[in-house]
Design a protein around this ligand. Structure first.
Ligand SMILES: [Zn+2]
Length: 361
């Protein structure tokens, strides 16, 4: 059974600050592949699946040519916060801008920027890397992003060679084999954080939903009204009205309370073995904000504290390098106009809980 996950950003998620793409966005998932870092083709399934159902302007990590790409809001030469495509080199431990042209400011005025305004919805699909530009779909070609679709794109994901596009006028299109004339799958579609299993599409949109795409007249079904959710294809994990952590089966049945404390949906993610999260007492900077917890998926009663960081934890991403997590902290860094900027990341070992800080200024 082929499974794909996609994810996107919802400003609706409790806490989000700023969106360069201006609304829900998606990215997606790729072929199941061997577990190891290194070449772009070797992408862990949980790396793509988990990360694809989370998104943020400073999030979505993808693997490309042995490096890891992500976006971050940084202060530019004029002292203003600008979303940038960044590159982390695991071999050197260094972070730099993806575009290496020292004369380029990587802004929307920069016509020849190698990042081509890639700003969100970063996606690994096999060895290919895709991203959203300004209403465009971009593909990494060598060391540059180039347009595949040059207008009308609001979000996208791939399932194998097939390309699914949410359009600016809110329909869902299918480009078979990624090209040609698209087929309209849904006339009205505003979903994000997609996960495709066979012909059943799971997605967020005012709750967690599913729809059978091959049906003659596809009827979306709300599985979990109002819930924020993430799925690993076996269970749907979500918070109820209480903010506590629950899960259920893929049809919305068999609901179980997993953890009787409030957790932060922006933080959660999963790998093959664990579900990761931080606590949330109603104040982002409140009690429990520095700690990363994890729960054994096969036995949710087993919860342990993996790490406690010097900075407050905001989001947890799965790395293509097995045994590591990327953690985006909540920091106070601001540009000259007072807008928040990202100036660091943490890499946390899933084996020891040891961590190191990466400066991304
Ligand atoms: Zn540039």
């Amino acid at each position: 059974m082929r499974k794909r996950a996609v994810l996107s950003l919802a400003l609706a998620v409790v806490l989000l600050l700023f969106s360069a793409c201006g609304g829900p966005q998606q990215s997606s998932v790729s072929e199941k592949a061997p577990e190891s870092g290194g070449s772009a083709a070797e992408v862990r399934e949980t790396f793509v699946s988990g990360n694809m159902q989370k998104n943020s302007p400073s999030g979505n990590f993808v693997s490309a040519n042995g490096k890891i790409l992500f976006t971050a809001v940084l202060e530019n030469a004029e002292g203003l916060a600008v979303l940038q495509l960044m590159e982390y080199d695991p071999a050197s431990g260094l972070v730099s801008t993806f575009c290496k042209d020292p004369t380029c400011d990587h802004s929307d005025k920069a016509e020849h920027c190698a990042a081509a305004h890639a700003s969100c919805n970063l996606e690994n699909n096999g060895a290919d890397v895709f991203a959203m530009g300004f209403e465009t779909l971009l593909k990494l070609n060598g060391d540059r992003f180039e347009p595949v679709l040059d207008s009308g794109v609001a979000g996208f994901f791939h399932a194998g060679d097939d390309l699914y596009v949410r359009t600016q006028d809110a329909s869902l299109l299918l480009y078979e084999n990624g090209k040609g004339t698209p087929k309209t799958l849904l006339e009205e579609y505003a979903g994000y954080w997609e996960y495709l299993d066979g012909d059943t599409l799971y997605y967020e949109s005012g709750g967690f939903n599913r729809v059978q795409l091959s049906a003659e007249d596809p009827e979306p079904e709300v599985l979990l009204p109002g819930a924020e959710a993430i799925t690993d294809g076996t269970h749907i994990y979500y918070t109820g009205d209480s903010g506590f952590l629950y899960r259920c089966s893929m049809d919305g049945e068999n609901k179980e309370l997993l953890f009787e404390q409030r957790v932060l949906p922006a933080s959660w993610n999963y790998d093959e073995t664990y579900f990761y999260f931080r606590l949330f007492d109603g104040d982002l900077r409140g009690a429990g904000s520095h700690e990363i917890y994890r729960m054994l998926k096969s036995d949710p009663a087993q919860v342990e504290k993996l790490a406690e960081l010097p900075d407050m934890v905001y989001q947890i991403y799965i790395s293509p390098i097995a045994g590591e997590l990327f953690v985006i902290p909540l920091t106070e860094a601001k540009d000259s106009s007072g807008n928040k900027v990202d100036n660091m990341l943490y890499i946390v070992s899933t084996e020891s809980g040891e961590f190191r800080k990466l400066e991304i200024s």
